[in-house]
Structure formats: C-alpha cells, structure tokens
Design a protein around this ligand. Structure first.
Ligand code: GNR
Ligand code: NI
Length: 186
C-alpha cells in the first residue's frame, strides 16, 4: 500500500470507528503490517494508507505484531520522557517529543476480541504516536511550532514540484498522442 505524505488531507481528518471486525478488516491489518515492515516502520495507522478508520498496527521492542482496532487510551503515566520521533508520512524528519512514559490501552484485535495492554518503552511511545494519527494529529503538532511550520512549508514545496512534474508529463503524453493521431490520419 502507498503511504500518504504530509500535505495529504486524509492525515488531518478525524478517523471513524471500525463498524465491525470483518475478514476484510483482518486482511487490511495484514496488508498494513506488510506495508509497515516493508517501509522499516515500527507502527502504521490506517489514515497513513488513505483509510480514515480507527485502527493501527505496531511492532516495537522486538515485540509481536499487534493490531489495535477502535483503541482507547484509558490511562497515562504522570512521568514524561523525551524521544526522537519520526513518521513514515514525514520522511527523513525527526524531532524530540515529550510524552507520558506509560499508557494503558484498550482495543479490539484483528479477530474482534477486546484486550487491555499496559505498555512502556518504545511500545508506549509508538501507541501514542499511532493513536494521534487517528485524530489527525502528527508528532510535529506536539513539538516546536517553528519546526512544524518549516516542515509543512518544505513538504508543500515538494508536493507543488511533484504536481508540476505530473502536469508536464501529462502535456508530453498528450503531444505524443496527438502526433500519433496525425500520423495515423495520413
Ligand atoms: O517507524 C516509526 N518510528 C517511530 C519512532 C519514534 C516514535 C514513533 C515512531 S512511529 C514510526 C512509524 C509511523 O509513522 N507510524 O505512524
Ligand atoms: Ni506516523
């Protein structure tokens, strides 16, 4: 699956709950895990693959692959910690972000079975990062506002360049098609 990049609308939307954990949702979880591993990530949220749904997958601390559907963070520790965060949707950008060190999360797994998990370390970090994605929040929203503005501007430029290139390619393809049509008309 293609991973959406900063600037794409879906990353800023509040995702909707998964209505029922169907075989299609189980398959989606598998596809998301594959995409996450392929991209060398430790977590991936559905909005990152263009689906505005409340689910994410995680594999942190050499841990097992975990699927969280309709998650709720029911408790966070008072104790906070700093960690260098990155995001597959903001490639090659990193910033130190302060968050609670421990969380308790409730969710459904890929079979629709409810579970509660106490997490610390990288797992707790990634769960909070992924949970934010479901509310359209990115880690840059939790860091230095100036860094956020610069990062958004730089990705907006990149996106503008990509669109320009795409348009130029379409013009070229149209010219080739027109030439071919003229040739065939002779
Ligand atoms: O791969 C990822 N690494 C990471 C490192 C520190 C804090 C959070 C993360 S999650 C990120 C993958 C991703 O963008 N998930 O949404
Ligand atoms: Ni992310």
């Amino acid at each position: 699956m293609r991973v959406c990049i900063l600037g794409e609308e879906v990353l800023r939307q509040k995702a909707l709950p998964v209505e029922a954990v169907t075989p299609e949702i189980e398959q989606l979880a598998k596809d998301m895990l594959e995409t996450m591993i392929e991209a060398d990530g430790v977590g991936l949220a559905a909005p990152q693959v263009g689906l505005s749904l409340r689910m994410f997958v995680v594999m942190a601390d050499d841990d097992v692959q975990r699927v969280f559907i309709n998650p709720q963070i029911i408790a966070t520790s008072e104790e906070m910690g700093d960690y260098d965060e990155g995001c597959l949707s903001i490639p090659k950008v990193y910033e130190t972000i302060r968050r609670p060190l421990k969380v308790t999360v409730q969710a459904l797994n890929e079979k629709g079975k409810p579970f509660t998990l106490d997490a610390d370390g990288l797992l707790a970090r990634v769960i909070q990062h992924e949970y934010d994605h479901l509310d359209g929040i990115l880690y840059i929203d939790r860091g230095d506002p100036e860094f956020k503005a610069k990062t958004e501007a730089s990705f907006a430029k990149k996106e503008a360049r990509r669109k320009e290139k795409e348009a130029a390619k379409a013009v070229k393809a149209a010219k080739i098609a027109a030439k071919k049509a003229r040739k065939e008309a002779r």
